[in-house]
Write a protein that binds this ligand. Sequence first.
Ligand code: G6Q
Length: 555
Amino acid sequence: MQNNKRLIDQTAEWKALERHWQSLSGTRMRDLFARDPVRCERYSLSACGIDLDYSKNLVDQEAMKRLMALARAADLSRWGDALIGGEKVNSTEGRAVLHMALRNLGYREYRHEGRDVMPGIRSVLSRMRAFSDDVRAGRWLGYTGQRIRDVVSIGIGGSSLGPRMVCEALRPYQDPGLRVHFVSNIDGAHLGRTLEDLDPASTLFVIASKTFTTQDTLTNAVSARRWLLDAMGNEAAVARHFVAVSTNAEEVQAFGIDADNMFEFWEWVGGRYSLWSSIGLPIALAVGMERFEELLLGAHDMDEHFVREPPETNMPIILALLGIWYLNFGGCDSCAVVPYDQYLEHFPAFLQQLDMESNGKRVTRDGVPVTYQTGPVIWGQVGTDAQHSFFQLLHQGTRLIPVDFILPLCSHHPLPGHHEKLVANCFAQAQALMRGRTEAEARAEMEQLGLDEARIRELLPHRVFPGNRPSNMLVFDRLTPRVLGSLIALYEHKVFVQGVIWGVDSFDQWGVELGKQLAGHILRNFEEIACTPGVDCSTASLVRRYHLADCNGED
Ligand code: G6Q
């Protein structure tokens, strides 16, 4: 697919949006609501069981129309076709990007270099089903004949964040007899602490690595194997306690895992888009294959919505354009995501990788430095905890930070009195961000409290809230596997749309590679690293400091 050589900020559509942001500068969302009784209906839509209310944004119809025009100027629909058509949209790595095929439970045809990818996908899915059914039913036994009670998934980045987030989100669907743990950090504390309470005889390791060369994962995998063999005393035990998920059969075998115990996937699946592939094996083990397939179905629902729906009613496109509106025209540099659901605890961390690794790029696909902001800083935490930490800055800080609220309307834990309070808090935060509190309101409140005039004047600047702070509200009935699949795919497509508009390659991650290379270099030269032209003095001195540390001494 031909790249568009013109930078997007040189287009008439971009310039018109700059002007429009300026023209809205005195506009207050409170007034927009007051003037338009159907504002909420106008800026709401539903798809795949998810309702999006985006009326609490600083937009009018003109803004939305111009944002849609920007998407057209970036050739969005042509890039969408290229993605589905298996073209090498990941141009810097020369790869197609076909994660949508992994959840293609419909009729769509996906081809890679002329070959239908669906038979391979279906065959891996059926191997995952057989294996996860066997483990969950107690037919797959450990080396000493014990049933598997704990699964430890070892992987990092894209090979961990997605499955970890989904397993936690679907905890109400998990079989209590099989616990799933995730180890990612090369810090020995992560593996060490996880294994402390586990019994090698009933523990299964899933080693998840696309390349099977990642230092963090292999170091943890080697230590896990040692832990197992120390207890079992026989190499043959590895075949009953280790399976691998990878694209690299050679390295898997070199590690000592039999080809029969390997679940493959393909180079056209990007790490952070891989939870739908066999990287999702821990999910299938945790909640069963039927539920894993419901998750795929939910993502497929959102794919179909994204592919078919016109931009004006297309949820991922709308979310992407609103993000661009604030980032590129409103001067924001971050977005907060706040799920009001304890089970979505890991969702912000998952989105951080999805978004920041995909669109944290400073040149276009053609290698031209961009002259505008690209990927925002994504951060967040679950509500209501977040209200008692960073919400102060959202309400009264100097920065404009749009928020995505995510809320299930029904709880998996209907403890009396809890859920309605959670819901009320979530709605109140969005309302407070939008409305703020005017001087007159703050004054009236203080007068009612009986404060004297001098004290009122003193406190007034502190008790006034500017408001006009934007948010999206995403609600659904219950966090089921299917809704979760749709929610994840919604954000995947949002990130894709933004990447297309910015003209960047959303599917490479050269920054991650550089860190991997330099860590290897420091490690190889640990003993004699010195301040030389290739090594800065700070790094050399830190290594010397490391050697001087007394790690065997008393506390
Ligand atoms: C994701 C990135 C990165 C990757 C990890 C683990 O898109 O490529 O986060 O997933 O570095 O890589 P492996 O799966 O190859 O071990």
